[in-house]
Write a protein that binds this ligand. Sequence first.
Ligand SMILES: [Ca+2]
Length: 234
Amino acid sequence: MRRGPRRAVAVAAVAFAALVTAGVMHPALAFDPFGPSGTVVVTPSSANQFAGTFDRGAGSREFTARHGAPPDGGSGALELRTPGKDDKVQFVTGEVSGPLERFRSSSYWALRDPGSPTDAMPSFQIAVDIDGGELEPGDLHLLTFVPRPAPAGTWTRYDVGAGTFCTMQQIGGADAYRACVDGGERRTLDAIVDAHPGISVFAAGVNQGGANAGLVAAVDLIQIGNRTYDLEPG
Ligand SMILES: [Ca+2]
């Protein structure tokens, strides 16, 4: 059974590599898509490399104005639904690849629908090559930031850069988010950078699930360094 996990790692690595390659090839990168404000609007028809890299099960995403938006977040946001405990939905972009230090300034806003039977909130994950350079087998790790619970129906800003992260090697179907919630060791970004010279980012974004059965939430204004993604219905 040794080949199963190895193959899954390879598939995951290829998925992230595809995100990065798409960025290199995309003609939009010939100019800076972020205007003077540093904000770009992400819609169903303008995804800015965002994709659900590790989506699993019956989870879903929908751009909607149903939950409103945080301050300066336009008219809508991205709704995430994970009906079952094993469902997972993500919204991750490779456009923020590069030094992990960039994430010292990073944040996002989230809202939990009052009908949700859990106080969990969407989390934030950063996919990294643990030692930089070529992506060798075993190099792919996920850094997971688990947000504190917040009142339902209220947009809450999470300061990712000032937070702490679990660091987990991505092997097969292992769920880095669930391992972190279950008590994984959490360290600051600076501690992780110090422990892993050369660490570099492939992609980053929001994650919901597993173990978030019934959660209906929304996310908006994903900010990394001087870039902000405003998620909008269109
Ligand atoms: Ca928005």
